[in-house]
Design a binder for this molecule. Structure first.
Ligand SMILES: Cc1cc2nc3c(=O)[nH]c(=O)nc-3n(C[C@H](O)[C@H](O)[C@H](O)COP(=O)(O)OP(=O)(O)OC[C@H]3O[C@@H](n4cnc5c(N)ncnc54)[C@H](O)[C@@H]3O)c2cc1C
Ligand code: FES
Length: 230
C-alpha cells in the first residue's frame, strides 16, 4: 500500500562510486522489485525517484548515484536526519517466470538486488563503466561482472526470461536480443504518481506515463521498430 512517511536515516555507506542510503522502514511497505519510491532531498522541493535496492529487517535501502544536486544532498545525509519518502509506486517486475536472468547496467543494478532476494537464487550479469562503479556488484553475490568496453549484451544467453534495468542504450540493445524481456526505465519523473505527465512517452501512438504504466515495460511494447529491424 502507498504511504507517505519521513523516516530517520540509519546510515549512508559509500560503495565504490555509489552510496547505500539506509532509512528506517517505519510503516512503509517494500513493494515489488522494480517499483520505486520518491525521496525528497534536503533543500529541494521536488522529490527524486529511487528503486528499492535492499530490504533488511526494519529498513529500506537505496543505492544512490550522486549525479546532481538532489542525489548529492542525499548522500550527505547524517544518521537521525529525517527523509520524506513516498511509495512504493509504479509497476514492478513479474517474478513468476521460469528461467529468470537479471541484467543490470550501472546504477540500474539497484532493483535487481532486491529482485534476486525475492527470487531466491537467479543468475545475473552486471555491467559497469569502471572498476570503482563495479564495487557495487558485491551486493549481488555470484553475479557475472563486465566492465566497459565489454557490454552485458555480449554475455546474454538465449532462452532466458530477462529482467533488466540500466541506461537507455543498454535497454534498447537488450530489447533487440530478448523481445520478451522486462525492462525497468529510469525516465526523469516529477511527481511519481501520474499527476504531472512529466514522464510521458509516446508508445505506439499513445502517451503513456512511465510512473503509472511502468517503470517496468516489456521489450516488445517499447521498441517495436528495432525489433522488426533485428
Ligand atoms: C523509476 C526510477 C528509479 C530510479 N532508481 C534510481 C536508483 O535506484 N538510484 C539512483 O541513483 N538513481 C535512480 N534513478 C534516477 C534518479 O531519480 C535521478 O538520478 C535523480 O532524480 C537525479 O536527481 P539530481 O537532483 O541529483 O540530478 P539533476 O540535477 O536533476 O540531474 C543531474 C543529471 O542527471 C540526469 N537525470 C535526472 N533525472 C534522471 C533520471 N530519472 N534518470 C536518468 N538521469 C536523470 C539529468 O539529465 C542530469 O544530467 C531512478 C529514476 C527512476 C525514474
Ligand atoms: S512523474 Fe508525474 S505523471 Fe509520471
Amino acid at each position: 500500500m502507498l504511504r507517505r512517511e519521513a523516516p530517520s536515516v540509519v546510515a549512508v555507506e559509500p560503495l565504490g562510486a555509489y552510496s547505500l542510503l539506509r532509512v528506517e522502514r517505519a510503516t512503509l511497505e517494500c513493494g515489488d522489485p522494480g517499483q520505486f519510491f520518491m525521496l525528497t532531498p534536503p533543500g529541494r522541493t521536488l522529490p527524486r525517484a529511487f528503486s528499492l535496492c535492499l530490504a533488511p529487517p526494519g529498513e529500506l535501502a537505496f543505492l544512490v548515484d550522486p549525479v546532481g544536486l538532489g542525489t548529492r544532498a542525499l548522500v550527505e545525509l547524517q544518521p537521525g536526519d529525517r527523509l520524506p519518502v513516498l511509495g512504493p509506486l509504479g509497476r514492478g517486475f513479474r517474478l513468476d517466470v521460469p528461467r529468470p536472468l537479471l541484467v543490470g547496467g550501472g546504477i540500474g543494478i539497484a532493483p535487481l538486488v532486491y529482485a534476486a532476494e525475492r527470487l531466491g537464487r537467479a543468475p545475473a550479469i552486471l555491467g559497469f563503466r569502471t572498476p570503482e562503479h563495479a564495487k557495487a556488484a558485491s551486493l549481488l553475490q555470484g553475479a557475472e561482472v563486465v566492465i566497459e568496453p565489454t557490454y552485458v549484451t555480449e554475455r546474454l544467453s538465449p532462452g532466458r526470461d530477462v529482467l533488466a534495468c540500466g541506461p537507455e542504450p543498454m535497454l534498447h540493445a537488450v530489447a533487440c536480443l530478448a523481445p520478451s524481456a522486462q525492462l525497468a526505465w529510469e525516465a526523469p519523473m516529477a511527481c511519481g504518481y501520474g499527476a504531472c505527465f512529466g514522464c510521458a512517452v509516446e508508445i505506439r501512438g499513445r502517451l503513456r506515463r512511465l510512473c503509472v504504466e511502468g517503470p517496468v515495460l516489456t521489450a516488445a511494447d517499447v521498441v517495436p521498430a528495432e525489433l522488426e529491424a533485428a
